[in-house]
Design a protein around this ligand. Structure first.
Ligand code: NAP
Ligand code: ZN
Length: 359
């Protein structure tokens, strides 16, 4: 068995400011990496700037990370980092800026390499990364994964390099600014990480411990997602904590079939990540070992897979996907040994079509 979690995690209110003397020691000039607007709107960028300024650190800002970040955007940010001689990287936002920050930190460290290095096995050394999540889904602040889109290949996937952030600074106040759709989709992404980590060939007692506790934390705020009561600040705390715990679980196991199935759907149909992975959860669970399925459903507050499917259609309001993309996703994953390897049950074409909902 194996347990490795090198990221120092703080989850508390105003953590970016309150712990600034500690995390600002990482360097003298930071590259701050954000999406186009949310980090300005939810106060996270202002907190980072205040923290850096009070600790007499310099910074430059790259605020052009798009959803499902592309290799080309990563390379533009890397150029900015190199020309400004930065020595650490701060990612602020959802999974897109956080994943991009890791790849940028890798490519600044290996400044002599071109973009092919992203997909070449080699040294994982990177500049230190500080990750400040503002959504409650990816857990990227505690995972070593960086998932990038290769636009010209219509392909999305994890780079082979593993870059754990040095610090994860988790403050749920930023999540309070997220639109309902982002809150819902990302909470479903965290749920998917728990399910796919538990029902996974690589699952261990360590990873399953994280899933069991994390699903119970997630379930405390399930009724908020269903619109049964108003969101309280304790719900935002629960969702952020669950998201980080789910990230720790997939750091140990990886994800499984639904994540692989979702990538073509995101790239070709523009479906948001959480909505895409949520689409395949009920199908994935229905084919799994009964005891495993009953465990995860019970801990997350569902009676059976049909209840989960109802919850998903209410909370994510996804359009039904067309048969062409479902079959394409199924075929792609049937030829992806890495993803098939993580699934603990044998999947033939017929079973895969059942999982994606084509009968
Ligand atoms: P995202 O793509 O980072 O952001 C989605 C949207 O939410 C953007 O429009 C963003 O605006 C906005 N937003 C983010 N935080 C907000 C806040 N607090 N208030 C208001 N708006 C906010 O979404 P995500 O679902 O978190 O990340 C998805 C990406 O993560 C995918 O590429 C997925 O493959 C990857 N992922 C990574 C891992 C991992 O382990 N590394 C795991 C699962 C998924 P701005 O663009 O203006 O910021
Ligand atoms: Zn995910």
């Amino acid at each position: 068995m194996f347990f490795y979690m090198p990221t120092k995690v703080y989850q508390e209110k105003d953590v970016v400011i309150n712990k600034s003397e500690e995390w600002c020691i990482l360097g003298n000039r930071a590259l701050i990496v954000t999406g186009r607007s949310s980090a300005r709107a939810n106060g996270s960028l202002a907190d980072v700037i205040a923290a850096l300024t009070s600790n007499k650190k310099e910074y430059v800002i790259f605020s052009e990370i798009e959803e499902n970040p592309s290799v080309d955007t990563v390379m533009r940010a890397r150029d900015m980092g190199i020309s400004n001689k930065v020595d650490f990287v701060i990612g602020i936002g959802g999974g897109s800026p956080l994943d991009a920050a890791k790849a940028i930190a890798l490519m600044i460290f290996h400044s002599g390499k071109d973009k092919d290095y992203l997909y070449t096995k080699g040294s994982d050394e990177a500049l230190p990364v500080v990750a400040i999540p503002t959504t409650c889904g990816t857990g990227s602040e505690v995972t070593p994964y960086s998932i990038l889109t290769r636009t010209e290949l219509l392909a999305k996937g994890s780079i082979p390099h593993k870059v754990f952030p040095r610090y994860a600074l988790v403050d749920s106040k930023y999540l309070g600014y997220a639109p309902v759709s982002v809150l819902h989709n990302t909470a479903v992404d965290a749920l998917a990480h728990f399910y796919e980590s538990y029902i996974n060939t690589n699952a261990t007692d360590y990873s399953r411990m994280m899933v069991e506790k994390g699903l119970k934390v997630w379930a405390r705020s399930k009724d908020v997602l269903e619109g049964k009561r108003e969101v309280a600040s304790s719900d935002l705390d629960n969702m952020m904590l669950a998201s980080s715990m789910a990230g720790m679980a997939i750091s140990m196991t990886g994800t499984s079939l639904p994540h692989g199935l979702s990538y073509p759907v995101t790239v070709r149909r523009g479906m948001p990540h959480g909505m895409g992975v949520g689409y395949f959860q009920a199908g994935y669970l229905r084919e799994a070992d009964k005891t495993d399925r009953d465990n995860v459903l019970k801990w997350s507050g569902f009676g059976d897979a049909d209840e989960l499917a109802d919850f998903y259609s209410k909370v994510c309001t996804a359009e039904k996907l067309d048969e062409e993309i479902l079959i394409l996703s199924a075929e792609e994953i049937l030829s992806n040994e890495m993803k098939l390897k993580n699934c603990p049950y044998i999947v033939d074409r017929e079973k895969m079509l059942r999982i994606v909902g084509v009968n």
